[in-house]
Design a protein around this ligand. Structure first.
Ligand code: ADP
Ligand code: MG
Length: 685
């Protein structure tokens, strides 16, 4: 049997099952072998039925002694199956399994059957219930030994293909598989055994220990293959010869001297790293990560000035128009005195006539824009540096558009959303990393508190006290530019409402639809302290820096994401006064409450990102499409960070010593770096 053999060619799998397997994306022997269990159940011996509820799901087995179907609320139905444990005695309590509105379940379960169920036992009145448990009907046939009295695999299944059926097919496939060991595609220092053994044990392990060993082996193989691909990309981009894009640094020094503050040592260190890259004739591919407020913009400006001094153009890209505009405003202030010519280019703003400083791209030194810069025929006569802000909103594919240009520019990618280490090692794995791990001095502490909107009265008196003491406030509400459809409160109504509440103080309204000159004027008045309260959408997310504004109230905070709340909160805590961030919520779900509690606990961006990840899963951060990397089949970026690190070190060192994989012992790794369409990292052979 060949690993790549289509399943049709195995004459023992019935046709309908072949079709069902195909729905799971399983077409070959290899696919089936790497259809890994999502969990295992220990079915050697089942525990006695519990008496109490538990939050941990448990696996139980028993006989169906009664079934019933009840209706409620007209068309809704509850199907109940009552299970009795084996060797039941007078003290045993039956377990009631319940399914709501699931027609197929009642067709599958009948009195007298043996069931294995998996779920959380709950007390409902005096009855011990399990709602919507996963279940399997035990049939008394010769296959019983596959399903019972062992550590049993539970697979991602699909309609028309029961757990039992899938398990039996995989069991038989493993039996028919050659017993010859398969050399894994792993270097010696990662190698821990034979691959075919690991494949067997991941499906039908003899012990929990052997399951762990097998899993580690497979995860390492998957991660190593991924890291080889990343290392290959990285080596390739490093090997492209470009030109040095750095001037002598006089312009940069002039700028740095004009700053009203001293750079942090982290900023100095990072600027030196970037400068070294830009002075070399190999293209820079660098990720700059730093928490909100760590001062990434200054670093970016320094890099831009190095390029401009050398006679090159720089592009500065932001993910949204608002961000692009804000950068434009900030940079214009710095670049004016230096005689650096700046242009803005976003989808909307080419036509607008009220941008006096917009000049033709051709003679601008620096062009600020959005993705539009990538897709339009923006003419760069001498592009030497591209800075991408907020990289998490940019895809790898978009980045590649830039780096494949000829001549190749230096690329600096900045992310304000701090990212967990495994993400740095994967999505950004081909980049060199610089970290701003130090905040500018004089940042005050921020106290964050979640309050229910029923407590608005108390919150108001707190706000008034702060205003009385001379402070300024931000009030942020979730009306997001593009989506007025979101049932958030309308801007004007919101504004009127707050003006009424804080009658004695001057309030202003700011949102994305206000024309730019007016917007700038509103910000300027707030900066000067003439306006005391700024009621705003998330347009103040970045770039605003007003030390006297020390209180931020965020309405309907549950509607924002953690990262965004953290970003917003970064606008305060910039002066000598203690700062307060109040997260106002109305009827948050328990998930939302948990989310917001994270912000009360910590103001460290990395901790926020980790928690965010834990709550949401990595989906948002590591969509396959976004990362441009194949999907993981078994590895878990959160749980297996250590394994990823080992795989990465190993892959990087191979390429360091043998960048073109020419050594005889490295030949076999070549197939790992062929970027196949739709491949996964779990190739069996
Ligand atoms: P972010 O990293 O979130 O993009 P910014 O670059 O917007 O942060 O910087 C936040 C604020 O801190 C800006 O107003 C900036 O001028 C200021 N800043 C940057 N570096 C320093 C420093 N070394 N000392 C004091 N303030 C600084
Ligand atoms: Mg920034």
């Amino acid at each position: 049997m060949e690993i790549s053999q289509p399943l049709e060619e195995l004459d023992w799998i019935p046709r309908p099952k072949i079709l069902a397997l195909r729905r799971l994306g399983i077409a070959t022997v290899e696919h089936l072998l790497t259809h890994f269990p999502r969990r295992h159940e220990d079915r050697h011996q089942f525990p006695q039925f519990p008496r109490d509820e538990s939050d941990k799901p448990i696996c139980l087995s028993g006989e169906v002694i009664k079934t019933s179907l009840r209706r409620f609320g007209g068309w809704k139905k509850i199907f109940e199956a009552t299970l009795q444990e084996p060797n039941a005695n007078a003290l045993s309590q039956p377990l009631v399994c319940r399914w709501f509105n699931l027609h197929y379940v009642q067709k599958m379960i009948a009195t007298g059957q043996q069931l294995v169920v998996f779920g959380k036992p709950r007390l409902r009145g005096k009855r011990l219930c399990m709602d919507h448990p996963e279940f399997e009907v035990i049939e008394d046939d010769q296959d019983k030994s596959i399903h019972l009295r062992r550590i049993t695999p539970i697979y991602p299944a699909t309609e028309g293909l029961s757990q039992r059926m899938l398990r039996s097919i995989i069991y038989r496939l493993l039996q028919e598989l050659d017993t010859d060991p398969i050399e894994p595609l792993l270097p010696k220092n990662l190698n821990n055994g034979d691959r075919s053994e690991a494949i067997r044990a991941i499906h039908f392990p003899m012990t929990w220990h052997s399951l762990n060993v097998a899993r580690e082996h497979l995860v390492l193989s998957e991660f190593f293959a991924m890291q080889m691909l990343i290392a290959a990309r990285r080596t390739e981009s490093h090997a492209r010869v470009s030109t040095a894009h750095s001037g002598r640094g006089d312009l940069m020094e002039k700028f740095l001297r004009s700053l009203p503050f001293e750079l942090t040592s982290a900023q100095k260190k990072v600027i030196a790293e970037i400068r070294r890259d830009m002075e070399s004739k190999f293209p820079m591919n660098r990720l700059l990560q730093g928490d909100v407020g760590s001062g990434k913009t200054v670093v970016a400006i320094a890099a831009i000035l190095l390029a401009v001094e050398a006679g090159y153009q720089a592009a500065f890209m932001a993910p949204t128009q608002i961000l692009a505009e804000q950068h434009y405003a900030v940079l214009r202030r710095w670049f004016g005195p230096l005689g650096v010519k700046l242009a803005i280019r976003t989808a909307a703003h080419q036509e607008e006539s009220f941008l006096p400083l917009v000049e033709g791209n051709e003679d601008a030194d620096v062009i600020i824009g959005t993705h539009a810069l990538l897709y339009e025929k923006v003419s760069f006569s001498k592009l030497g540096l591209v800075v991408i802000d907020e990289q998490h909103k940019f895809g790898v594919a978009q980045r590649a558009r830039l780096t494949s240009r000829e001549p190749v520019p230096d690329v600096l990618v900045m992310t304000a959303t701090p990212i967990p280490r495994t993400i740095t090692m994967t999505v950004y794995g081909d980049l060199d990393v610089s970290t701003l791990d130090e905040m500018p001095h004089g940042r005050g502490k921020i106290i964050t508190a979640v309050r229910d909107s029923s407590k608005l009265g108390e919150v108001l008196s707190f706000l008034q006290a702060q205003l009385e003491a001379g402070r300024q406030l931000y009030i942020v509400y979730p009306l997001i530019e593009e989506s007025e459809k979101l049932e958030a409160k309308a801007a004007a109504a919101e504004y009127e409402c707050w003006r009424e509440r804080l009658r004695r103080y001057s309030c202003e309204l700011l949102h994305g639809r206000i024309p730019r000159p007016e917007k700038q004027q509103i910000m300027e008045q707030f900066r000067r302290g003439e306006t005391k309260v700024l009621i705003s959408t998330t347009v103040i997310e970045v770039g605003v820096d007003i030390p006297n504004a020390n209180v931020m109230l965020i309405e309907n905070a549950e509607r924002f994401g953690l990262a965004q709340l953290h970003q917003l909160r970064g606008r305060i805590g910039r002066g000598e006064h203690k700062s307060y961030c109040i997260l106002l919520t109305s009827e948050p779900t328990s998930e939302a409450a948990e989310k917001l509690a994270v912000l009360e606990k910590t103001s460290d961006g990395f901790e926020v990102a980790e928690a965010d990840w834990e709550l949401r899963g990595p989906g948002d951060l590591l969509g396959t499409a976004q990362s441009g990397l194949p999907a993981l089949k078994i590895g878990d970026l959160r749980k297996d960070a250590q394994l990823m690190k080992r795989a990465r070190i190993s892959a990087m060192s191979i390429f360091e010593m043998d960048p073109r994989l020419e050594w005889p012992e490295n030949q076999r790794f070549r197939e790992l770096i062929v970027e196949k369409q739709g491949r996964t990292f779990s190739n069996v052979s």
